[in-house]
Ligand binder design. Structure first.
Ligand code: IOT
Ligand code: MG
Length: 486
């Protein structure tokens, strides 16, 4: 007993900077337990086998958290909330000492399903009450959540592979949606949609507002860790996050990835030095870089080649970060509401149209999923997709996103005083370009005899084979199988 308690305390301490639950595979309802849980995410695991909200729960949690109860309601919350103070105000309570799961239950008691419209967080949850099972994602669907209902039993998991292992066909819960299951029947309720309208704001007000919102988003993401890590490319997105993290915590650690096909080390070093961050550079050869593809498909459970090229270098980086589990902030996602991927689009109407398309199509791409860093035990979080930052950026009129020929103008202006002038001016280089991921993968396929006009198809086919083997079929990325052929 003593050693079990000491073990729990030791684990809680090791993972203190991370949310108490970072993933789950659960079955709610009476029925024999089928299959074993499979996760790409690593970390301490606890078994759940108990009654909650009037029904049996069985399965596995990643983390040191538990099932949380309030009267006849039971909840598992994975991830974390970023608007705890606002929630406290709504409840009229001091929320110090209450867990994020406790806060969700307190809101639930008062607002029922409407509680989910009040949350700003990076989470997925399962709740049971009076015969209803509710599964829900955050506004961005940033923690993927899958369900399958079979004979009135709800199977749900944060990784699809766990449901395939049970012989189920997983259905992904859409971003900003709660799926309510009652007597085996499902109903989807929208809790968040991207704003469709655009606001005309004075430039100086937009700059101040963005700085304030991003500052809050970074601050909320640093709570509980005195030395968070920022993955830093030296571009404006991650440099702004680095400056705010250093200001919020009185210091930061930064890390940059380079490969033999390319790096942005000089740009990142300049920013790290400017804000006094403790900086690290990680180098990967081009052959091991492409080996990361299997790990990336395994973690993100997707086949889209473009998105895989954005995520692969990050996975390569996370898997090489030494030491205890870290809390990691990224600049990921800034380019979506700011139109940064369309840096050469001058026409404001077109810029608004592409960002509207991007905001209508991110769901299911899993580009911000926790398992990307979770396969190495780290927790990652993305301040630009904080609900308050994202709503603000999406709804800003495009003339403040592109101004005088400068892309991401409002963001650059907002950080002019905190960053070197050359960083503020620096032209965007996508992670897939800067790391040489796109070119290295293309070269490998050309060398294998794929015609130049068929490269994208070949990438998709390769990713699909990996998905079939690793996600559907239960394989492991460390088992080397050539995926190039076929
Ligand atoms: P990019 O913006 O280059 O990189 C995303 C984040 O990854 C950066 O902000 C930074 O935190 C980290 N990062 C990038 N390069 C490095 C590096 N060499 N070392 C360490 N960290 C690094 C693609 C892209 O261009 O990434 N992502 C876009 C767009 C996604 C498109 N998705 C969509 N339409 N649904 C983005 O907005 O981040
Ligand atoms: Mg970016």
């Amino acid at each position: 007993m003593i050693s079990a308690a000491t073990d729990a305390a030791r684990l809680a301490e090791r993972y203190a900077a991370l949310p108490p639950v970072r993933g789950f595979a659960l079955q709610l309802g009476a029925g024999p337990a089928v299959g074993s849980s499979r996760f790409a995410q690593v970390g301490e695991r606890s078994r759940l086998d108990e009654m909650g909200g009037g029904i049996p729960w069985a399965g596995t949690l990643i983390g040191h958290g538990t099932l949380v109860r309030d009267g006849g309601t039971a909840l598992v919350l994975t991830g974390e909330l970023y608007n705890r103070a606002d929630i406290g105000r709504a409840l009229g309570d001091n929320v110090t000492g209450l867990s994020d799961a406790d806060l969700v239950l307190a809101l639930w008691r008062r607002y029922d399903l409407g509680a989910l419209r009040l949350l700003n967080g990076r989470y997925a949850l399962v709740l049971a009450e009076g015969g209803r099972v509710v599964t829900a994602t955050d506004h961005a669907g940033s923690v993927p959540l899958y369900i399958a209902v079979r004979a009135e039993v709800v199977h749900t998991a944060t990784e699809a592979k766990s449901l395939y292992a049970k012989g189920c066909s997983p259905q992904q819960v859409p971003a900003g949606t709660a799926v309510v299951v009652h007597h085996g029947m499902q109903r989807a309720i929208s809790t968040w949609l991207p704003p469709q309208g655009r606001r005309i704001v004075r430039p100086d007000e937009a700059i101040a507002d963005l700085r304030d919102r991003l500052g809050h988003a970074v601050h909320a993401r640093c709570v509980g860790d005195a030395r968070p890590t920022v993955v830093l490319s030296g571009g404006i997105d991650s440099s702004a996050v680095t400056a705010l993290t250093a200001a919020a915590c009185g210091g930061a650690r930064t890390v940059s990835l380079g490969t033999d096909a390319g790096d942005e080390f000089a740009a990142a070093r300049l920013v790290a030095r400017h804000v006094g961050a403790d900086h690290e550079e990680i180098n990967v050869g081009s052959a091991p870089l492409i080996d990361e593809l299997a790990w990336t498909v395994w973690a993100a459970e997707i086949t889209d080649p473009d998105v895989l090229e954005y995520l692969l270098p990050l996975v390569a980086l996370y898997r090489r970060l030494g030491g205890p589990p870290r809390r990691i902030l990224t600049g990921y996602g800034a380019d979506i509401p700011l139109g940064g991927m369309h840096r050469d689009t001058d026409d404001l109407g077109k810029l608004d149209a592409v960002l509207t398309t991007d905001m209508a199509s991110y769901d299911g791409l899993n580009e911000m999923c926790p398992s990307l860093s979770g396969i190495a035990g780290h927790w990652s979080t993305h301040p630009y997709w904080d609900r308050d930052v994202l709503e603000f950026l999406v709804s800003l009129e495009p003339g403040l996103k592109r101004r005088g020929g400068t892309d991401k103008w409002v963001l650059r202006e907002a950080f002019r005083d905190l960053l070197p002038a050359s960083t503020v001016r620096r032209r965007k280089l996508g992670i897939h370009e800067g790391s040489g991921t796109t070119s290295t993968w293309t070269r490998e396929l050309l060398a294998a005899g794929v015609p130049a006009g068929r490269i994208r198809d070949a990438k998709l086919a390769q990713a699909t084979r990996l998905h079939q083997r690793l996600v559907v079929g239960g394989g492991h990325p460390a088992d080397r199988v050539s995926e190039l052929a076929g």
